[in-house]
Structures are given as structure tokens and as C-alpha cells.
Design a binder for this molecule. Structure first.
Ligand code: FES
Length: 387
């Protein structure tokens, strides 16, 4: 597989309060669908319709007819059950208010509701649905679910995360989209290394087809909650790959530098090298070789977690198609440089020198063991040698 460079804009977690732009409702590129005779829609009483996968609420108000998405952007209550006062459509669940004609929401951070043009032909109503409105509607719901998920992650609220995951799944978001969003947030909104969140989310993707569909959401929520518990909400400091020149260092040099900077615990330098490899479009085999080599240059870095998380990070990136890899790759450098190496511990320094004479004879001991007739093997003597 060849890595993709970040050609599309990453999720903008630093501007996550901006509502999405309202969809265009110009008559261009519209397909008009017949609804009903004008007499069927009473003044001030909403009427629901379902057209080509779009759920609509239609109102008669003063001089005309108006249609909008029937699902309130807040929590989906049918707007056809609302009421209109002075041109303002009011949802009857939590009283969000919208301009009936444009769908603009009066709440500062509330999402607008999509509106649709109505044409009256010989006393019959026709509604204009943009071509591709179904996929656009799905994308709007997915984007809204992602913003709700970011809020839940930021607040470290399992309840909000569960709500967002449910909304995302109902809007048709794929597990890849949800897991990618969690991994990207987990990498971007902390200065730490990876945690069990990357392992759980990746396992969730790996096992998706094997687990009971009733447990899918639970699996996602569990992984995302672990991600949330390790994020701070503030952004990781930006770092960039090396500039591209005609004299780019070769892979042998980059690998030598990478291992040295990991050894020296120089996080910034090692991160730049990894980002440079990604920016140059080096294949996964090269990136994983760099990371796994550095993870095994020392004994059991972080009790083996650096190797474990690196493995899960690469599996997770494969699962999400390497979308956002320029950010998702970064935390593993923290695991490589800041976790304890076993040879630095007193446990290791007290025990390994004692074992070294035995370990240097291990081949000889094993050969003697294998050469001895089975009935003469003295297990307790062998154990004494090993101990
Ligand atoms: S669902 Fe409409 S305001 Fe809450």
C-alpha cells in the first residue's frame, strides 16, 4: 500500500462550534415532485411528506407555502408538529426557532434546517428537491453527528459520546468514519502518547463483522471513552515535514537519524522524520520498519506498550484508509521517547547480570537436554540450572 499525503482538509477541531453552511435552495438543479392540492394544507398546520428519501414539513403561511426538512436539527422532533408565529417556525420539543422561509436558526449555535422551494401549478403543490439531496442530507447528518461526538469527547461524557455514536450510526456513518474521527481527535487533542483507546477502537474495526450487531455501538463508545479520558481538549503543537529539495536524505540516513533521536528522547526531531516519510509518500512497510525498529532497539519500552500501540496504530490506519495519517502517526513518537526502557530499571539491572552466565549457555543446556534419553531427564536438576 502507498500512503496518501493529506490532500483533503483535516477535521477542524479548533473551529468546531461553527455551524455548517445552509444548503442551497436555488431552483437550479432541482427536480420538482408533486405533493398535493393546495386546499389540503391548512393555514398554520404542518403537513408531513416523504419524497425520495427526504422527510419534509410543509406549511401554508400568509401569502405562500413553505417546505423544510421535517427533522428538527436539535434532536429530530418532527417540525410538522410545530407551530408558526410571525413567520417563525417553533419546534414543540425544546422550542428551537427557525425562519420558516429560509430555515435559519435563531439559536446562536443551533444548526439551520434545510428548506426547499415550493411551486404552485394549477392549485397543486410541487416541491423542489436538489439532485443528490439524499447523499447531501446524509452528509449533513454525519457532519452534525461528528460535531456532537467532538463535544462528548471534549467533555469526557460517556452519555454524550453514546448519543453521538447512536446518531452517527442512524445517519448511515460507517464504522470507518467514526473510528477515524476518534483516532484523529485522540491524536490531535493531547500531547501524550497512545492509550488503550487506540487498541480498543482498532479491535472494534478488526472484529466488526464478527461481533453481535447489537454490541457495535457499545464497542465504539467504550473505545471513544478511553480516547476522551486521555485527551486534554487543547491541540498538539504543530510540526511539519522537512522541506522538499533535490537533495532529500535517503532512507538509510533517515533511519539512522530516527533511531538516534529516539535514543536521545528527542521527540520533535523524531516526529519530523516520521512526518517527512509520510509526506514523501513512503509505503507502509518503510514507516512500520522505522517505528518497529525503534520500538525494539530497547527492551520492553513501556512494558511493551510502545510496540503494542504501534501495532494497533498501523492496523487502525489501514482500517480507516490512512485518512488523517499525518496526525494519527504522531502520538507513537511520545510512546517511543518517553516510556521507560526495561534496561533502565533496577529490577532489570539486579536480575539480568545474574542470568547472563546461564543465558550464554542456553544452547548448550538445551542440546544436552535433547540428547539425553527421556527416562534420564532430571527435570528438577534442569530447573535448578535454569534458576
Ligand atoms: S428536537 Fe426540536 S428543539 Fe429539540
Amino acid at each position: 500500500m502507498t500512503l496518501r499525503t493529506p490532500d483533503s482538509a483535516p477535521a477542524d477541531f479548533d473551529n468546531d462550534q461553527a455551524p455548517p453552511p445552509a444548503p442551497s435552495t436555488t431552483a437550479e438543479d432541482m427536480v420538482f415532485h408533486e405533493l398535493c392540492p393546495t386546499a389540503d394544507v391548512e393555514e398554520g398546520v404542518g403537513k408531513p411528506f416523504s419524497i425520495d428519501g427526504n422527510h419534509l414539513a410543509v406549511y401554508r403561511y400568509e401569502d405562500g407555502f413553505y417546505a423544510c426538512d421535517n427533522r428538527c436539527p436539535h434532536m429530530g422532533y418532527p417540525l410538522s408538529e410545530g407551530s408558526v408565529r410571525d413567520g417563525v417556525l417553533i419546534c414543540h420539543w425544546h422550542h428551537w426557532e427557525f425562519d420558516l422561509k429560509t430555515g435559519g436558526c435563531f439559536l446562536t449555535n443551533g444548526d439551520d434546517v434545510a428548506s426547499f422551494p415550493i411551486d404552485v401549478r394549477d392549485d397543486v403543490l410541487f416541491v423542489g428537491i436538489p439532485k443528490g439531496a439524499k447523499s447531501a442530507a446524509r452528509q449533513r447528518l454525519v457532519d452534525r453527528g461528528k460535531r456532537a461526538l467532538e463535544q462528548g469527547l471534549k467533555d469526557r461524557s460517556t452519555f454524550l459520546i453514546a448519543k453521538a455514536v447512536t446518531a452517527l450510526r442512524e445517519s448511515g456513518a460507517t464504522p470507518q468514519e467514526i473510528i477515524q474521527h476518534g483516532l484523529f481527535y485522540g491524536a490531535h487533542k493531547t500531547s501524550d502518547g497512545w492509550s488503550s483507546g487506540v487498541a480498543i477502537l482498532t479491535l472494534c474495526g478488526n472484529l466488526w463483522d464478527d461481533i453481535d450487531p447489537a454490541d457495535h455501538n457499545l464497542f465504539l463508545v467504550h473505545g471513544l471513552t478511553q480516547i476522551a479520558n486521555r485527551t486534554s481538549g487543547s491541540s498538539r503543537r504543530q510540526r511539519f515535514p522537512f522541506p522538499r529539495t533535490s537533495a532529500d536524505p535517503d532512507l538509510v540516513t533517515l533511519k539512522r537519524w530516527f533511531r538516534r533521536y529516539i535514543d536521545l528522547r528527542d521527540r520533535g526531531a523524531a516526529e519530523r522524520i516520521l512526518l517527512t516519510l509520510h509526506d514523501r509518500g513512503e509505503p507502509v512497510s518503510v514507516l512500520s520498519d522505522f517505528v518497529f525498529t525503534a520500538a525494539t532497539d530497547f527492551y520492553f519500552t513501556g512494558d511493551g506498550h510502545a510496540l503494542d500501540f504501534a501495532n494497533k496504530m498501523f492496523e487502525g490506519l489501514d482500517y480507516v484508509g490512512w485518512e488523517g495519517a499525518h496526525e494519527i502517526l504522531r502520538p507513537i513518537i511520545v510512546d517511543l521517547v518517553s516510556r521507560t526502557r526495561h534496561e533502565e530499571t533496577s529490577r532489570w539491572q539486579d536480575a539480568v547480570p545474574v542470568l547472563e552466565p546461564v543465558l550464554s549457555r542456553i544452547e548448550e543446556i538445551w542440546a544436552a537436554n535433547q540428547a539425553a534419553p527421556e527416562e534420564t531427564l532430571d527435570v528438577s536438576a534442569f530447573t535448578q540450572i535454569m534458576l
